[in-house]
Design a protein around this ligand. Sequence first.
Ligand SMILES: Nc1ncnc2c1ncn2[C@@H]1O[C@H](COP(=O)(O)OP(=O)(O)OP(=O)(O)O)[C@@H](O)[C@H]1O
Ligand SMILES: [Mg+2]
Length: 330
Amino acid sequence: MRIAFVGKGGSGKTTLSALFARHLAHSGAPVLAIDGDINQHLAEALGSHGGPGETSAAPPLGPHLDEIKDYLRGTNPRIPSREAMVKTTPPGRGSRLLRPLGDDALHTRHVGRAGGVPLMVTGEFDESDLGVACYHSKLGAVELYLGHLVDGPGEYVVVDMTAGADAFASGLFARFDMTFLVAEPTRKGVSVHRQYRDHARRFGVRIAVVGNKVTCEEDVLFLKREVGDDLLTHLTHSPWIRAAEQGRGGDGPSPLSSLSSLSSLEPHNHHALNVLREAVDAHPKDWPALHRHAVEFHLRNARAWANAATGRDLAAQVDPDFVPGPPALT
Ligand SMILES: Nc1ncnc2c1ncn2[C@@H]1O[C@H](COP(=O)(O)OP(=O)(O)OP(=O)(O)O)[C@@H](O)[C@H]1O
Ligand SMILES: [Mg+2]
């Protein structure tokens, strides 16, 4: 299951991505965290919120986009070269489909660890990497990766996304099973909700609002009033998170190692993480629908700029009888 954390700048996307990934890993579930933000802070957050855990860096995806394209297109005859492959190009027969954290070349090369959690990073990128009309988008590597990933129930890929509406500017958002919109209880915090919700509904993408840094009952009421039933749960303003941020171990002078598990996180916030997981697990993946939306995005992308950029008709890349999913692995 692929999960994105989106929201306004500073709302807590990175913090909640890290906490959620830690929470899943702690339960023994297979989890891969991906840093898909312009500024790469997820490794740091996983490290500090996780306490001392295994940490090792791996090469970022972004600068290796060309090799990643070559690897994923495999022997797919509809994609004769890396130049013909754009970020929305869907897999077809001959493409390499990946299992989460599999022993394939891509995972072997690009998965590092932070705070004991497997982590892939896009590498820093800038504004020019965002938006639809971008051939060399570093985020395109994540989009292609998710497009070729065959993940099952109980397997989690957690992606920390860029702030604001950029997360919805590409087809990437259609690749997720669940998008969590992290919102502080302020007008600014909820301002993107309606736009996201309408966009998500159009493409059958599940979205839920996760309140963050809540300090009182009025905050919860505000969020309910503004986003209604989309409010899934909330995390309170957390001394535990603040302490981790400051490199302290909890409230007292205890050593950092007391943060080595999430067991000392406030019970309410711990419960909220469980609610997130249950929400993800509540709906099985619908492979044909996921693929249909991805193809729709590809065709739109092709018309908008990619046909012109590659000098080809990229609609021809769609393999009409192919649906990525467990049966396509064999
Ligand atoms: N529930 C919380 N309680 C206390 N502090 C929090 C909480 N959630 C986030 N923070 C703090 O808020 C700040 C911003 O959080 P974070 O970096 O996760 O936001 P972000 O949405 O990823 O920001 P950006 O848009 O810059 O990537 C950090 O200092 C973080 O420690
Ligand atoms: Mg962040």
